[in-house]
Design a protein around this ligand. Structure first.
Ligand code: DP6
Length: 328
């Protein structure tokens, strides 16, 4: 009744931005991401304890943080035969302290894999992806390694909305994602609220939906060909378009700041000099630079020159895995 899993976060090349169902976390469009090593979250789940207990990075989770975990545990209980009962969950991330990096995708992927195993359910990436999605949408893409596509699905119950692996982590081991932390402060508008506001008020939202859906197969093809320039250009235009939908919301949503734009401008100049480095940007001011192994040191240097207070160089990561050592 006890199991532990480790999962990596992911960064989307084609972003998920907007839900068609807020409760089940069903997206309006498909998305595609790279799983990021070496960052990881480890989670231990034990069923059959006296009452539900949720501990994240050394503190007892409360409010919505706790509710999201309980939601996933509840779905596991519903699926498991013999009712596994209340659970204790302890989770720990190895992300650099206050690096401004979201760990929720890795955390819910690790929780899904650990909770299913602890309840005696068979290892099943599809089922684990559906389960992770209930905690946080992007988490469904962290159950497997390499490059994963979250298929938006059509069904109202969400059974066909999960991530599939397009290429494993060995497909393109030279690809790099360099996280440039320009600002450590917590963002003002969380992704969950920002995307909801965008869906409800942005006149650009329909165009975003159509465009992002069409970019996914193009991104798969570029990954297949290992076309760094093509993928870099796609990732930049998709990030710009996601941010453009937010800028057009009412009131507008702007996650970029002056240093974000400074770094982006610098990347353009570097590319003119032949340095292959592009960016992507989630719902915050910290760009993630896309480059290859031969240029990751250069990418880190230019991020620092543009004010990055922390830089994390990432490679394609592997699947979420079960571990024999538990956190308690
Ligand atoms: C901009 O997965 O954190 O990072 O489903 O509401 O938990 P919820 O949102 P979340 O949103 C991620 C948004 C994004 C793009 C992406 O990762 O695809």
């Amino acid at each position: 009744m006890k199991a532990t899993a480790l999962a990596h976060p992911n960064i989307a090349l084609v972003k998920y931005w907007g839900k068609r169902d807020d409760a089940l976390i069903l997206p309006h469009q498909s998305s595609l991401s790279m799983t990021l090593a070496p960052l990881s979250v480890t989670t231990t789940v034990e069923f059959g304890v006296a009452s539900d207990q949720v501990e994240i990075n050394g503190h007892t989770a409360k409010g919505s943080e706790r509710d999201r975990v309980l939601r996933v545990l509840e779905a596991v209980r519903a699926e498991a035969q013999g009712k596994p009962g209340p659970a204790r969950m302890v989770s720990r991330g190895d992300f650099p302290a206050s690096a401004g990096l979201a760990s929720s995708a890795a955390a819910f992927a690790a929780l899904a894999v650990a909770a299913r195993a602890a309840a005696g359910l068979p290892g099943d990436p599809k089922a684990a992806s559906v389960l992770a999605r209930l905690g946080s949408g992007s988490a469904c893409r962290s159950v497997q390694g390499g490059f994963c596509e979250w298929k938006k699905g059509e069904r109202a119950d969400g059974a066909d909305s999960y991530a599939v692996q397009r290429f494993d982590e060995k497909h393109w081991p030279e690809l790099r994602m360099v996280v440039a932390v320009l600002n450590r402060e917590e963002k003002e508008v969380k992704s969950r609220d920002g995307m909801k506001h965008t869906v409800e008020t942005s006149p650009y939202y329909e165009a975003w939906k159509r465009d992002a859906e069409a970019e996914v197969p193009r991104a798969v093809e570029l990954l297949q060909r290992k076309d760094l320039q093509g993928l870099g250009e796609l990732s930049e235009r998709n990030a710009w378009r996601m941010h453009a939908t937010g800028l057009a919301a009412d009131p507008p949503l702007c996650y970029l700041n002056a240093s974000t734009l400074g770094l982006i401008q610098h990347l353009r100049e570097q590319r003119k000099k032949g340095i292959p480095v592009w960016f992507t940007l989630d719902a915050g001011p910290n760009p993630v630079l896309l480059t290859d192994a031969a240029h990751e040191v250069k990418a880190e240097a230019l991020a620092r020159a543009c004010g990055a207070v922390e830089v994390v160089r990432c490679v394609p990561g592997g699947d979420a895995v079960l571990k024999s050592e538990h956190l308690f």
